[in-house]
Design a protein around this ligand. Structure first.
Ligand code: GLU
Length: 388
């Protein structure tokens, strides 16, 4: 991360004084979260929130629940949010939060207790115009609903705009759940347009079939592209003729390939939409996709990125490709602050406009400077962040 920011700064002819602040988070919060478990015992979990930058607006970024979450991970993810919001030019800074927990081991009431207690611990540093969480890995609208309710209680008034990705009945936006997948789809379409290729002929492999993976699969399938493999934690499902996404129900299928076979499968577009660090220096040399579009945050490590570049595999980076989620979070926040309700068409049209102009800008930098799309995205972001 530091290296890529420094390289982008060099390309822009910036002095260290102009960008050094973006190499450090502004604030890091670490909390202990005592939770009453169903067996009557109190268990204490560790939670984190990193507020990386408020240069362009309030801190913005999701909260993840995962057993491997730690401060280092949250710190990198928070910095990525700063650059992500800057690439798509929305008035937000970057932040991220997480709790070290395996949520599949919790009952629904334990999950609610955990979320509410975490919110109480964080509420002094959150705010509608200060720090605005959202869903991320293993968190969803219901969890955001508990968060907004608990925060509002702690400040004594309703504050719907303090968190995005809420249930629609609690002030959430139409289209927010689908936004990351839809944004990815728009980026893939623009990429194919720019390259003069026909997306209908493309073969697609998707790692991760959660919210993001499913939505992008659905849209690509509707368009006519062939989804030849998808995977979840149980393994991968491959069909050389293409999976029929509308009737494909993962729980009733038996995996027929492993996750690593899926990543290394020949295809046109590989979409890693699961977790970080999936394509590493170990498997990068075996990747046969022509294009990688990052649906997850950080699925390709820095070492792997260099290997892919040497193999002429284009990587469309996370901070551009998966920004659709935070873009519709921004729309949700605007609707809450202005007490409005946008139609799904308004949401999707505005999302597509923003994704289109961000893609165009990054693609032009990539072409003009003959650098990778990732470097180009960091340059586009840094230009905004250092604008005087
Ligand atoms: N967690 C999502 C991301 O990494 C969305 C963040 C948001 O909407 O604030 O981009």
């Amino acid at each position: 991360m530091k290296k890529i920011i420094e390289a982008a700064a060099k390309q822009l002819g910036l002095e260290q004084n102009d960008y050094i602040q973006f190499l450090y988070p502004e604030r890091e919060i670490c909390v202990s979260i005592p939770v009453m478990m169903d067996d009557g015992q109190i268990q204490v979990f560790q939670g984190y929130r990193v507020q990386h930058s408020s240069k362009l607006g309030p801190y913005k970024g999701g909260i993840r629940f995962h057993h491997e979450v730690d401060m280092d991970e949250v710190r990198s993810l928070a910095a990525w949010m700063t650059f992500k919001c800057a690439v798509v030019d929305i008035p937000y800074g970057g932040g991220k939060g997480g709790v070290t927990v395996n949520p599949s081991k919790l009952s629904i009431s334990e999950l609610e207790n955990l979320t509410r207690e975490f919110t109480r611990k964080l509420s002094p540093v959150l705010g509608e115009r200060f720090d605005i969480p959202a869903p991320d890995v293993n968190t969803n609208a219901q969890i955001m609903g508990w968060l907004v309710c608990e925060y509002s209680k702690s400040v004594g008034k309703p504050c719907p705009a303090v968190v995005t990705g809420k249930p629609v009945e609690q002030g959430g936006s139409l289209g927010r759940k689908e936004a990351t997948g839809r944004g990815l789809y728009k980026i893939i379409k623009e990429l194919y347009n720019r390259l003069g290729l026909e997306l209908k002929n493309a073969t697609i492999v998707i790692q991760g079939y959660g919210n993001v993976g499913y939505e992008v699969a659905k849209l690509l399938h509707e368009y006519g592209a062939k989804i030849i493999a998808v995977s979840d934690v149980c393994g991968g499902y491959y069909n050389k003729d293409g999976l029929n996404i509308p009737t494909f129900y993962m729980k009733s299928e038996k995996p027929n390939i492993s996750n690593s076979e899926l990543l290394e499968m020949p295809c046109d577009i590989l979409i890693p939409a699961a977790l970080g660090n999936q394509i590493t220096e170990k498997n990068a040399k075996n990747i046969k996709a022509k294009y990688i579009v990052e649906g997850a945050n950080g699925p390709v490590t820095t070492d792997a990125d260099a290997i892919l570049q040497s193999k002429n595999i284009m990587v469309v980076p996370d901070i551009l490709a998966n920004a659709g989620g935070v873009v519709v979070s921004y729309f949700e926040w605007l609707q809450n602050l202005e007490n409005q309700k946008w139609t799904i068409d308004q949401v999707n049209t505005n999302l597509e406009k923003i994704m289109f102009s961000a893609f165009e800008r990054v693609y032009k930098i990539h072409k003009n400077k003959n650098i990778s799309m990732r470097q180009a995205a960091y340059i586009a972001a840094l230009e905004r962040l250092t604008r005087k």
